[in-house]
Design a protein around this ligand. Structure first.
Ligand SMILES: Nc1ncnc2c1ncn2[C@@H]1O[C@H](COP(=O)(O)OP(=O)(O)OP(=O)(O)O)[C@@H](O)[C@H]1O
Ligand SMILES: [Zn+2]
Length: 501
């Protein structure tokens, strides 16, 4: 119903009722009917989402709202920021670009693991280009009725245009997170329901012209680029790809500093050490570390966050919350054996690398080995990768030696080992040589996979057997104390190795 019709009705109906009343007609049934109609109308509007309820509106506003996010407020990601800014300069300097006849950029794809700041980059891009920012996420399109997805896409573009006009802005950025949900490969069959949505997106992108105002730029984010339909990646669509990686140490430091800004932190806290210990963390996880540390400080009734709070927060984010579930003695022994297996292999492969072995009834991991920070590597040798596989396999190998069989506690380890083997294969570091992975049959790959893993598993087992004396002594301490420091552990190591077995 149009707004003016509603207004006319609201004006006319009471007058009509009064008139009928005056000429002696019984108006009560009319009024009852009117109230029922009103209730029904409101219910329908509410269900179809026509009336937005406060909270949802707030959420939407928060999502769209830029809060003036700039590139400076994003930690690390220097090369992603640089590439993005270069691409955006095309949008800003449109006159020069068109003089040279350069095709404007319509779509930028940000790829990388979750929580690395892709959404932040898109928001900063909008700030940088003084653009309106309109956002949607692929997950919104899950289980939408046929046709609804396509119309949501149409609305996004419409919203970008009307908001830009209203706010008097020349540029508009449309951000689509989790694009793989709607942009998955179309030949798959089960993706069918998203076809119309994807087609609508492609149509809208083709309808972007550089001469029109606002200039529209799409930014999409995914952590599964290989799943995207090739039509999306063609020139004139998402043809700029920017990799957003996990932050390196400097990046982690920067992110920690940013999230420490609004928190009271003891002056002697060494954030650099926290950055070192949080190897492999995403920006979102680092934000969590800071937040959890603050919670620990508050729980302790202190005014400021200490180094210990931060260390505990790292453990928590890494392993999940402490659980109440107590491991049985038998489980504890098995976990101790498993973790010592990892630790011994790590110490043999990279002497000095173990910083702590611990049993702890936390989250999914009942125990863990913490490694000293290593220099971050960008290139890996075959020997290094094989060493990492041995460390991963050593937990299960130790269980086999002591129990004659494995438990279910090694599935993560195996996954890790398989990932490394995969890296070796794609880098030409296996006996297959340099291969095009698409051309090799699954059978050949599985055979090579099994060969590598069996060989290394055997080597790992022999290594552990050679150090059985270290094993036994460390096991006693670990079982008693539930904790073995790297130095304590190395002590056992030196003593036992000196004695010929
Ligand atoms: N580089 C960073 N600098 C500062 N904070 C960051 C950074 N990366 C992530 N964060 C923190 O993590 C939160 C989530 O980041 P963001 O939503 O941008 O990640 P994303 O890559 O879009 O993740 P997803 O793929 O899960 O959507 C941010 O709100 C911020 O608090
Ligand atoms: Zn393990």
């Amino acid at each position: 119903m149009r707004k003016w019709m509603l207004e006319v009705a609201i004006g006319v109906v009471p007058v009509l009722l009064i008139f009928l009343g005056v000429i002696g007609v019984d108006v009560v049934p009319f009024i009852i009917a009117l109230i029922m109609f009103g209730v029904l109308f409101a219910a329908i509007k509410l269900r179809s989402g026509g009336i937005t309820i406060g909270a949802a509106q707030d959420k939407n506003r928060k999502k769209q709202g830029l809060a003036k996010l700039t590139f400076e407020q994003i930690g690390g990601q220097e090369s992603a920021k640089l590439e993005l800014r270069e691409a955006l300069d095309f949008m800003v300097r449109h006159e020069e670009i068109s003089k040279f006849g350069i095709r404007p950029i319509k779509g930028i794809l940000l790829t990388g693991p979750p929580g690395t700041g892709k959404t932040l980059l898109a928001k900063a891009a909008a700030h940088y280009t003084n653009a309106v920012f309109v956002a949607a996420s692929g997950s919104e399109f899950v289980e939408m009725y046929v046709g609804v997805g396509a119309s949501r896409i149409r609305d996004l573009f419409k919203e970008a245009r009307t908001r830009a006009a209203k706010e008097n802005k020349e540029n508009a950025i449309i951000f689509i997170d989790e694009i793989e949900v709607i942009g998955g490969k179309r030949e798959g069959g089960q993706q069918r329901e998203y076809d119309q949505t994807l087609n609508q997106l492609l149509t809208e992108m083709d309808g972007i012209y550089s001469s029109e105002t606002p200039r529209i730029l799409l930014i999409a984010a995914t952590n599964r680029k290989e799943m995207l339909d090739s039509a999306l990646l063609r020139p004139g669509r998402f043809d700029r790809h920017i990799q957003v990686d996990l932050p390196d140490k400097k990046g982690r430091m920067h992110i920690l500093e940013l999230h420490a800004q609004n928190k009271p932190i003891e002056t002697n806290v060494n954030l650099e050490k926290i950055a070192e210990e949080s190897f492999g963390f995403s920006g979102a996880q680092l934000e969590s570390v800071m937040n959890e540390a603050a919670i620990y400080a508050m729980r302790d009734g202190l005014e400021q966050i200490s180094q210990a709070h931060l260390s505990m927060a790292i453990d928590k984010v890494m392993l999940g919350e402490k659980t109440d579930r107590q491991a049985t003695e038998e489980e504890k022994r098995r976990v101790a054996i498993h973790e010592l297996g990892h630790a011994i292999a790590a110490e043999v492969v990279a002497p000095g690398s173990v910083s702590q072995v611990a049993l702890s009834p936390r989250g999914r991991a009942l125990g863990y080995v913490r490694h000293n920070p290593q220099d971050e590597k960008y290139l890996y040798t075959k020997a290094y990768l094989e060493g990492q596989i041995m460390i991963a396999l050593a937990g299960a190998a130790a269980e086999e030696i002591y129990y004659g069989g494995r438990s279910t506690g090694s599935s993560n380890d195996f996954e890790q080992a398989l990932n490394i083997v995969h890296t070796m294969m794609t880098s030409g570091l296996t006996s297959l040589g340099i291969v095009n992975m698409d051309m090799v049959t699954t059978e050949v790959l599985m055979h090579e996979n099994a060969r590598i893993l069996e060989e290394l598993a055997e080597k790992t087992k022999q290594t552990l057997l050679q150090h059985s004396a270290v094993f036994d002594k460390s096991l006693d301490i670990l079982f008693q104390e539930e904790r073995l420091s790297g130095d304590q552990f190395r002590c056992q190591f030196r003593d036992s190795v000196r004695l010929p077995a």
